[in-house]
Design a binder for this molecule. Structure first.
Ligand SMILES: Cc1cc2nc3c(=O)[nH]c(=O)nc-3n(C[C@H](O)[C@H](O)[C@H](O)COP(=O)(O)O)c2cc1C
Length: 312
């Protein structure tokens, strides 16, 4: 598992939080590379091929940056605009980042209470970073829960003491390390169970198809109650139809889950109780048995081979 940190700070020399976080986290993990993009491209002339090659070699990409005007620093925006290009990150051949982990690690100056409806910044960080979340989805990447910490501005005599900022940055490092450990060391069974739960949680809210497709390939066989479908296109056809029939906020209750492993291939047996409301307001209650065949690819990504649903 290779981790690449894209570090974007226009004044790292005077940074407290980002400097501390990037140095300390890199020391804790093997196969961890930091790419300090402002240092490499102070003139904003980005070597797109070199950056894309770094991404191709990584399994997890951490974006480490200070929150500037409710957004990423300009160098990182320039980097996304050029590096996440057509037929690389998106477009008909743009699947080069598919399945890679996308992890935001953000230092925020303002306090937590400012980022609430009655606070002076009004919106939570999660809301302000939606464009990045959608960037991950469009690029078929695996968007992980972002790690961010408030109250990290250090201006001597004005905002905080260095000790307090470093202490908060240490907590940030712990949170980031926990996420990375979760990706790298967790047993396959635990990961698969989480994957299944996350899958149904996304179904419950009728999330965008792009949050499912990174785990599907062109041969994936689906047998739904509505019929048989193949691959990403098949899934999208079925899902579009489901989204036309159901209202969001349904409940897929996992009544039982059994995971059996053989040579990195997993059989998952599920019984699911579905409670849903149709667009017509008719209530739908369905008990189904599911059998999924999953594989873990050599770089640790989960892929669905078969997905069979039978009504009970
Ligand atoms: C140009 C600029 C814009 C900033 N905008 C915000 C902002 O929108 N919200 C916020 O909470 N903090 C903001 N800050 C504070 C920084 O996020 C904070 O100082 C930084 O995360 C601390 O990390 P560092 O020690 O690595 O520089 C801003 C700082 C600068 C210099």
């Amino acid at each position: 598992m290779k981790t690449l940190m894209i570090l974007a700070h226009p004044n790292l020399k005077d940074s407290v939080a980002n400097k501390h976080i990037s140095t300390e986290i890199a020391a804790q993990f093997n196969h961890f590379e930091i790419s300090d993009i402002f240092n490499q491209y102070p003139d904003f002339k980005i070597d797109v091929e070199a950056e894309q090659a770094k991404l191709l070699a990584a399994d997890t990409i951490i974006f480490q940056f200070p929150f500037f005007w409710y957004n990423m620093p300009a160098i990182l925006k320039q980097w996304f605009d050029e590096v996440f290009s057509f037929n690389f990150a998106y477009g008909s051949k743009g699947d080069k980042l598919r399945g890679k982990n996308f992890l935001l690690s953000i230092t925020v100056g303002g306090p937590e209470e400012a980022y609430t409806p009655i606070g002076y910044n009004h919106f939570a960080i999660e809301e302000l970073i939606r464009p990045l979340q959608q960037t991950a989805y469009l690029s078929q990447m695996n968007y992980l829960k972002p790690v961010y910490t408030h109250g990290l501005t250090y201006v001597p005599g004005v905002y905080n003491t260095k000790e307090v900022v470093l202490q908060r940055a240490d907590n940030h490092i712990k949170k980031l390390a926990a996420v990375l450990e979760g990706i790298t060391n967790t047993s396959a069974e635990v990961r698969i169970e989480r994957f299944v739960k996350d899958w149904f949680a996304k179904f419950d809210v009728l999330a965008d198809a792009s949050s499912f497709t990174p785990y599907i390939n062109n041969d994936t066989k689906f047998q739904f109650v509505e019929g048989e479908f193949t691959g990403i296109k098949g899934f999208e056809t079925w899902y579009t139809n489901i989204k036309n029939i159901l209202k969001p906020n349904n409940e897929h209750r996992i009544e039982s889950i059994i995971i059996q492993e053989e040579n990195n291939a997993f059989d998952v047996y599920l019984t699911i109780k579905l409670k849903a409301e149709k667009v017509s307001s008719e209530l739908l209650q369905l008990n189904v048995k599911e059998h999924w065949k999953l594989v873990l690819t050599t770089n640790g990504q989960i892929q669905i081979k078969e997905y069979i649903v039978n009504e009970l």
